[in-house]
Design a binder for this molecule. Structure first.
Ligand code: C2E
Ligand code: MG
Ligand code: MG
Length: 663
């Protein structure tokens, strides 16, 4: 899986949990700081209001003191009244410059006078230099205080004078702020203790505001927290769903990949097994899809029952299961797999279940589970009808796949660039040993891979259908070449081209071949068509029809590789062929030469009786040539006379001065 895709899936799975949490935290921080900001502003403005109010009240007191300085008694009364009426004022003191209390107005006039005199005496002393400094100092502070008192919250410290404050606190224990102001009378100051730094209604409002803000922050927090919890729960469900297989209700491929990777990373002593229930489609067709899924579920459950802790089972797709099992020797693993297969085989009574197994060993901790799955899957495809149903993956399987991929990627361009080249292998008459015909065999001259033999790409082209294009190309090239030689006045020999079975799907194959050859106006007798043995397994009637048509158009039709694989004498009976080509296997590596020769001899005489020409392929020795001559074989194609040759070399051999030579 590409990194991009992996990240995308990861993102989808853990969709925005972290950003969500961060978002919630940020939102709450934002809300809280907003609230704090506005709260602070409100508090400040309330303090400012209060200060202004207090200052006003205090100034009123100062004005009263100024107005009533001559009449102490009425001054006391007035101030006492103010104390009573103005709810912001708790206590008013008259103090001297030294901040000694001259009087508090709830005491008698005598007291005031007495204190005043004391203070007068102190002032005198001050004049003599005893209190001077302090008084001056205090004056400065007081002036400074007057300037600042409206804006500053730091009133207490500004007006602080220890003995005054102490006595003030003693006499009025209520909470509140302090203000000290000069009066017009020398050495007479008013020191006022205000009852509330914040008025009760405002204080209540502030409390309400703070409580509301806290409640709002808490409510959003709780609400968002609830959302996160719900989200996490949902996410867990989604994750579970993502890892759950819909057919079996068990683990799926995603789960397998993720968890296998985790285990392998810790300990690579594992084998990865892919297990396929063969003919699952067929099973569903016979018993229904529902029953098919039930079977998969039962198989999954059975597999879950046989695995050990830290081993994994999962249903991949269709009827494929994957197992991550602990490693062991090959024999032990196969024994374990066989016992698993026995268990699975019994999942349905009276129903034959067939399984194929591909096994791939984990090599290192870094092995990619998806690659291991591909490898074990590849091993399954290599199981042949006859082989054991357990196939171990080996590197060559992968090489084959890679090769096939390269071939398929390059084939179209190769045709365009004329990288496919016609080679001609001469066929010699057995008796006279004269070059009498040839077979066109393709060679791929690849720009980077060089010379490639057909065995390496024809089977791939046969599987992917490209062979149709290639065979047309070869026929075209051969017809063109024959036309060229014809124009040059050379005596043509028949050249055969191979026609793969895929062509027989065309109902107009004969007409198609005819039209290619006719483009170059080559007489049809000089083109022969070799049908591979596999073509005879397809639709017999269509084959017969095409062969008949080709013959009627004047083409010769031969059966290639007769005797190899499953070609049968039956084909000879059914098809009106002109030529049979005896496969090289007839003459190669036989233990009982006499017996083999007997079969060859009889096949030749049978074909002869049916009016067919015989070509022996793959002839490499003089003995084989002599034997075939004795058996009345018509033509010989093989390395003994010549290998497949490039056109110029063939031309030299067929039309040049050179006599036929042994290869
Ligand atoms: P084939 O049509 O049976 O061709 C004969 C093969 O036997 C050729 O292999 C040839 O080189 C080889 N051969 C001939 N004489 C001897 C001999 O004395 N000893 C040995 N060891 N081999 C000999 P080649 O060229 O590798 O072709 C293999 C097969 O590929 C062909 O078998 C044919 O089935 C297929 N093929 C080749 N060219 C084409 C083509 O253009 N179209 C199609 N459809 N198939 C082709
Ligand atoms: Mg052939
Ligand atoms: Mg052949």
């Amino acid at each position: 899986m590409s990194l991009k895709k992996e990240l995308k899936i990861k993102r989808l799975r853990r969709k925005a949990l972290l950003p969500r949490v961060i978002g919630i935290i940020l939102a709450d921080i934002l809300l809280a700081s907003g609230a704090l900001y506005f709260g602070t502003l409100t508090v400040l403005s309330m303090f400012a209001d209060t200060l202004v109010e207090n200052y006003k009240s205090c100034n009123t007191v100062v004005q009263i003191v100024n107005a009533y300085k001559a009449d102490a008694q009425s001054l006391f009364e007035k101030i006492t009244e103010i104390e009573k009426l103005d709810e912001s004022i708790a206590k008013v003191y008259l103090v001297d410059d030294d901040f000694e209390i001259i009087n508090s107005f709830d005491n008698a006039e005598i007291e005031f006078k007495k204190e005043f005199q004391v203070s007068q005496a102190k002032k005198d002393l001050a004049k003599n230099g005893i209190f001077r400094n302090e008084i001056d100092e205090y004056d400065d502070v007081l002036i400074e205080f007057e300037k600042l008192s409206l804006n500053s919250l730091n009133i207490h410290s500004l007006m602080f004078k220890k003995n005054v404050l102490d006595s003030a606190i003693k006499s009025a224990a209520t909470a509140g702020g302090w203000l000290a102001l000069k009066t017009e009378t020398e050495n007479l100051n008013v020191c006022i203790k205000t009852l509330y730094p914040v008025y009760p209604d405002k204080y209540n409002m502030l409390c309400l505001l703070l409580i509301s803000i806290a409640a709002a922050v808490l409510a959003t927090g709780v609400y968002e927290l609830k959302k996160i919890v719900i989200y996490i729960i949902e996410q867990r469900k989604v994750n579970k769903l993502v890892f759950t297989d819909t057919a079996t209700g068990g683990n799926n491929k995603e789960y397998f990949i993720k968890h296998s990777a985790k285990y392998i990373k810790k300990n690579p002593d594992y084998v990865l097994i892919q297990l396929r229930l063969e003919k699952y489609r067929n099973y569903c067709t016979a018993y229904g899809v529902k029953e098919g899924e039930d079977l998969l579920e039962d198989l999954y459950n059975a597999l879950s029952g046989v695995i050990k802790p830290k081993e994994i089972v999962a249903h991949l797709e269709k009827a494929d299961f994957a197992l991550l099992l602990f490693s062991d020797t090959d024999e032990n693993i196969e024994a374990r797999v066989n016992s698993i297969l026995d268990t699975l085989g019994g999942a349905r009574e009276n129903q034959h279940l067939l399984f194929s197994v591909g096994i791939c060993r984990v090599e290192t901790r870094r092995d990619d589970v998806e690659n291991l799955l591909t490898s074990s899957g590849l091993a399954i495809t290599k199981r042949s009808e006859s082989s054991n149903n357990i196939v171990w993956f080996d590197a060559s399987m992968k090489e084959e796949q890679v090769w096939e991929r390269h071939i398929e990627d390059d084939m179209d361009k190769a045709l365009e660039n004329r990288e496919f080249t016609v080679y001609l292998q001469p066929k010699y008459s057995t008796k006279e040993e004269v070059l009498s015909a040839a077979e066109a065999l393709v060679r791929w001259i690849h720009p980077s891979l060089g010379f490639i033999n057909p065995g390496k790409f024809i089977p791939i082209f046969e599987r992917n259908g490209f062979i149709l294009k290639l065979d047309d190309y070869m026929l075209d090239e051969v017809a063109k070449q024959q036309a060229k030689w014809m124009q040059e006045g050379k005596k043509l020999v028949p050249i055969s081209v191979n026609v793969s079975r895929a062509h027989f799907a065309r109902y107009d194959l004969a007409e198609h071949i005819c039209s290619i050859v006719d483009t170059y106006k080559v007489p049809h007798e000089y083109i022969e068509l070799e049908l591979t043995e596999s073509a005879f397994f397809d639709d017999k009637s269509a084959l017969l029809e095409t062969v008949k048509k080709l013959k009627s158009f004047g083409f010769k039709v031969s059966m290639d590789d007769f005797g190899a694989g499953y070609s049968s004498l039956n084909s000879l009976k059914e098809l009106p062929l002109d030529i049979i080509k005896l496969d090289a296997e007839f003459f190669r590596g036989v233990d009982d030469l006499e017996r083999s020769n007997l079969i060859v001899g009889d096949t030749i005489s049978l074909a002869k009786k049916l009016g067919m020409q015989i070509v022996a392929e793959g002839i490499e020795t003089r003995e084989q040539v002599d034997f075939l001559a004795k058996q009345n074989c018509d033509l010989i194609q093989g390395f003994y006379f010549a290998k497949p040759l490039p056109i110029n070399e063939f031309e030299e051999r067929a039309y040049g001065k050179t006599e036929p030579q042994q290869a």
